[in-house]
Design a protein around this ligand. Sequence first.
Ligand SMILES: [Zn+2]
Length: 511
Amino acid sequence: MEDPGSAPRILVGRLFHESNGYNPVPTLKSGFEIHAGDDVLTSARGSGTTLSGIVATLEEAGVTPIPVHAAASPPSGRVDHGFFQETLDIWLRAVERIRPDAIAIELHGAMATTESTDADGDFLASLRATAGEDVVIGVGLDLHAHITPRMLTAADFCIACKENPHSDVVECGNYVARLVTDVLRGAFHPVMTMAKTRMLLPGKNGTGERPLSDMHRRARELEATHPDIRDLSLYNTFRFLDAPDIGQAVVVLTNGARTDGKAVATELATTFWDRRTEFADDLLSIKDALHKVRAERADGGFPFAIADMGDRVLAGAPGDSTVILAATLDHEYPFKAAFPITDPAAVQSAQAAGRGATVSLSLGGTVTPGLEPLHVTGTVANLTDGRFSMRGPYQEGETTSMGQTATVTVEDRISIVISSKPAFSHDPNAFESQGVQISGLDFVVVKSGYHFELNFNGLAVPLLTATPGLAFYTPGGLPRKRSRFWPDHDVAEDWLIPPRVFDRKGSAVRT
Ligand SMILES: [Zn+2]
């Protein structure tokens, strides 16, 4: 800090995108929810994001955060490089103008652009080059980040949330802010050690189920027995990227280099490898899922929320699959259900027909390879701009947009919420804001695999189904040009990417 007597100048903001490298549709600026200036803070406060946690903790400590920019989009295809560059320039100009003491930022960590597979690394490296060596850069990431040496070289520290579904992102932001202020007052000298295992998780990504629950318990034990460990993050890399050195990552953040971060990182990286076959999925087929819904609803159970695992918008799929809708319309039982489908052309047809009109639509199946459009006749029940505020708790209060949206009903029992953009259907307000009440249904389909469990808690029972699409991982199912990992490849000889230490301050803090 230039003047130890005054409050530190800390830039804050957010650039959040998980990029599905196999979705052919690039994500343009129009796909992002963007806040600038004071609006960054206003929208963050109480929003249930990592940035909200950063802002809250700084303000509680009497530090006024300096807002720069916040941009977030549902996961989708790679980000248009022009928009990435425009956003980066806003940050670099702010750093040059304000000359901050620190930067506390939320990134997803698995962002790719139309020109780069390590956009978060590019972003942080540019920030570091402009800010200089002494500015503290602290980063809060999603645990599905594809974390790279470039990111860890540029930042003072990166930490991830610990829960999937992500119930602890605010706490992650609180901790980022505390660590940044600790570094500023000389009480913390961050050293990071990263090891990776060349493998993807074939299924079982939830941190509440084994083996991940066991691994997180062990991580907390290690933190408790090594006081110098300030954070231990386990990264379950996003599976729909094709980038060098993809894998499960363990990053140990220590205060100085007294603790043997390499031994800790290697232990957990080895556990991933030793228990790899336990990560296999046990999802239901669509047929079995509908059977279960019918049986349990007959007994008076809650509505269900059926996760369309292959077409998860929350994993960057287009949201255009009608596979579960087709099975429901073909089924002998007259289910009451609601479906989200992305199809801008069908929305235009419904708008042209007008509310109350009968429409015949060719629905979905145009972006995801291998899927077919479904022909549906129904009534246009609602037409909106698709904006809604999330119920939460994940992303509570955040405003999001599905783009122009039409709700079409079929046989007075099926509601299809047709959005122009891939939509956040992991939140019940995606449906209720369009006039579709969850409580009267047998089931609702969501294009999410984990987070919907938080936001539908108390409204619907989660049910995960194996469905085709760009977000369903099957070994060998996608062409991989840049990456090698189990179970797609034989990596028995080099499954471990050995631990590497990232120590910005060097040996001066080793003793
Ligand atoms: Zn995630």
